[in-house]
Ligand binder design. Structure first.
Ligand SMILES: [Zn+2]
Length: 376
């Protein structure tokens, strides 16, 4: 039975990562026991919480010089609901700070491996592009934001006090937010770091590229829709522009590598597609300069984008065959944006080229509280 859950054919067409759960709503537990690899060879390449710790320490020990990696926990800020440590790693010596977070949704597994691979590559490569990245940037990586969810193989974490499953990517809200310990822990670290840019890594369910029958392998998005109801109105539209440039840059680079079936992230059934505009998302909170409980009095903020890789272990779609390909694509997208920021090439991109990335006509916006139709 378990095996069937993870075969490629069990796909739910409408499920898209950023839009499934509503704030604070308890969801039914899914696969109990989590993604054990016992007798299930389709999940062999999935990184567990323990694997992650081991791999991080291995990378740290073999790193040196410009590519030195520091590994640590966020225990000084807090732990998970089930009292686990959240791990972080830094690399690079530059002034510009880039934040990378992976697996805030515990059933989105391949992104952790991509985050580890980028650390490994940056710490061991002699390549000139890598040198530029390490000289210009300091990179802060959280490879597994939601260890409890990962172990439970669930999107959410389980808040011990209330018994409610909470989506950590809806929990960064000034009011009524921070239900889960993970949220405050990572938030305190973010306030301390004050990054300049952030990249958030996810998985999504099955969808097709607009105008084709081709299944999307990778989607690029911004959690507050560019040219949507929120982003153009903050910081004089600066993030509206920068996020479009960042996404378009990654799209161009992946095309150069020969990747296809990449589109803009959208949600919704059939031809009715919506851009998302979700304020309680972590990277949205970052863009909005969330000041929770007076911890961010300077209202630090940073632009952020996210990547969505095909498939998750909740609804199937992770097969051993494609895992390598998908992880590599994710890793190359990460490397591209890091180089683009380090070299400042990102800022040469014409923002209107965002509209060249395949996407359905926007019917409206999926917000925290429902759909807002688009008015032209
Ligand atoms: Zn997700």
């Amino acid at each position: 039975m378990l095996k069937q859950k993870f075969t490629k054919k069990v796909l739910i067409p409408l499920a898209a990562c950023m839009a499934i759960a509503s704030p604070g709503v308890a969801q039914e537990p899914t696969t109990p026991g989590g993604p054990s690899t016992n007798g299930n060879d389709t999940l062999n390449s999935i990184v567990t919480y323990e694997d992650m710790q081991k791999t991080l320490h291995k990378i740290e020990h073999s790193s040196h010089g410009l590519g030195k990696v520091e590994v640590f926990t966020l225990d000084q800020y807090g732990k998970t609901e089930q009292n686990r440590s959240i791990y972080a790693a830094t690399i690079g010596t530059g002034k510009t700070k880039v934040w990378i977070q992976a697996q805030i949704h515990g059933d989105e597994k391949l992104v952790t491996e991509a985050a580890l691979q980028i650390l490994k590559n940056l710490s061991s490569s002699q390549n000139a592009d890598v040198e530029t990245i390490l000289e210009e940037l300091t990179i802060y990586v959280i490879p597994m934001y939601n260890p409890d969810g990962s172990i439970m193989n669930k999107r959410q974490t389980l808040v011990q006090e209330t018994g409610q499953y909470v989506d950590l990517n809806r929990d960064w809200k000034e009011e009524g937010g921070f239900e889960a310990k993970e949220s405050l822990t990572v938030y305190k670290y973010w306030v301390e770091v004050k990054p300049d840019y952030a990249i958030d890594l996810h998985h999504q369910g099955f969808k097709t590229v607009y105008g084709t029958n081709e299944s999307t392998s990778f989607s690029l998005g911004v959690s507050l829709a560019p040219d949507g109801p929120t982003l153009p109105n903050i910081y004089d539209g600066l993030y509206n522009k920068v996020t479009k440039q960042m996404v378009t840059y990654v799209y161009d680079e992946l095309n150069k590598y020969g990747y296809t079936h990449i589109d803009r992230y959208q949600v919704g059934a059939g031809e009715q597609k919506y851009d998302i505009d979700i304020k309680g998302g972590v990277v949205s909170g970052m863009m909005l300069g969330l000041d929770y409980d007076g911890l961010n009095p300077e209202k630090h903020s940073n632009p952020a984008i996210f990547f969505e890789t095909k498939g998750n272990s909740r609804e199937g779609g992770l097969g051993q065959k494609s895992n390598g390909y998908l992880t590599k694509q994710n890793y190359q997208a990460l490397k591209a944006i890091l180089y683009g920021i380090a070299s400042k090439e990102v800022f040469d991109v014409e923002e209107e080229r965002w509209y060249e990335i395949p996407a359905y006509p926007v019917a409206g916006y999926q917000t925290d509280t429902g759909i807002i139709p688009k008015i032209d």
